[in-house]
Ligand binder design. Sequence first.
Ligand code: NAI
Length: 432
Amino acid sequence: MEKPLTQHIVPGRAPLSLKEYEKVGGYQSVRKILKEMAPADVQNLVKASDLRGRGGAGFNTGLKWSFVPMGPEVAKPKYLVANADEMEPGTFKDRVLLEGNPHQLIEGMIVAAYAIDASISYIFMRWAYKVAAREIIKALDEAYEAGYLGENILGSGFNLDMHLHTGVGRYMCGEETALLNALEGKRANPRAKPPFPQVSGLFGKPTIVNNVETLCCLPHIINNGAEWFKGLSKTGDAGTKLYGISGRVKTPGCWELPMGTTIRELIEEHGGGMQDGYLFKGLLPGGASTDFLVEEHLDLPMDYTAIQAAGSRMGTGTMIILDDQTCPVGFVHNLQHFFAQESCGFCTPCREGLPWVEKILLAIDRGEGKPEHLLTLDFHTKYLGPGNTFCALAPGAMEPLQSALKYFREDFERHIHEQHCPWSKAKVWQPS
Ligand code: NAI
């Protein structure tokens, strides 16, 4: 891999300063686009690279940009927002990029802003990412000082301002339209889509919201081309991916690897295999709002297409492992507690349904479950599913539940039958 996103990230070392970053080729893509490419060329190149959004949904980035109205008659300003509100349970990949190489994100944002002709940009960052915020502020100062941001960038006539905005620690703010409301100083409720933000976003103006990892791919695509990017992958989905593992493996962590690396390789080689005394039981492939996969799926490539075909989603690509000594009911209850707490309360199924699901799971976990509870849970996986709520929060929350009811149903039934949690004496690991 010639230029991975993480090539200049050394754990424990401060990120590259602007001077160091420039020495290793930093901001070359900005020089290139401003000198040689029109915004449409940048859009076409990124479309040709097949880059898909790394925030979790996997929407084609170039295609998303192409919905932004272009031309002199379009009302200005247009906005670009980097979604750095990384709060999906088990997900810590953007943090690595933010803390490790902030200039790479700024460079990627300049490329994206140029492609859609945006003149104002925001980095919307998770409140808890204090180190990342400190490094981004330093890097923004350096980039302004050097003329990569501000008026008439490198004498090109292109203007771009970039601001850091830190959230207040709500999961909801990662949903792009709730994020835009929060940026406008309003309550972070999701908006109806359509209109999509590409047409009517921040303050009603055309806006692109891209994930941090997505934006960090851009300088490399500009410098090396679409075919190079596609060639990095082992499968049909292009590029590299920041994969992560948490749970009882020997070496949990985050690694940049070719897209399509198999789940088995991730767990056994990079994660070091299961800890001694623990067996693999299942995994959530990309954060908590994805469906469980089990033993039969271990040889699947981790990419958008293969994981979807197996009935789940790659999501953020950072997996949470469930081991044989952790109670699956308690594990899912813990996740539903998080989702119920993070519901913005705007739409009724989510506001009322998630706490109800949480309550039932708690009852089952405590040995107070009734056989009809399983039917109520089955019902809720549909009632809170896609199409019945305003945004993806509740449908996402139902993914681990519906798949746990499919793959680990006997464990749920045992709790109800025995009126007791069979794992109750085991040490229970809880995802943070
Ligand atoms: P989505 O599929 O609705 O949209 C994804 C992107 O594509 C958005 O930018 C949207 O504007 C665009 N898009 C989708 N359909 C479009 C259309 N017809 N026309 C124009 N643009 C369109 O997904 P959403 O709700 O934005 O995100 C859900 C994902 O977020 C989940 O897959 C989940 O894995 C992930 N997620 C990630 C978190 C994190 O911390 N990274 C936290 C929570 C969820």
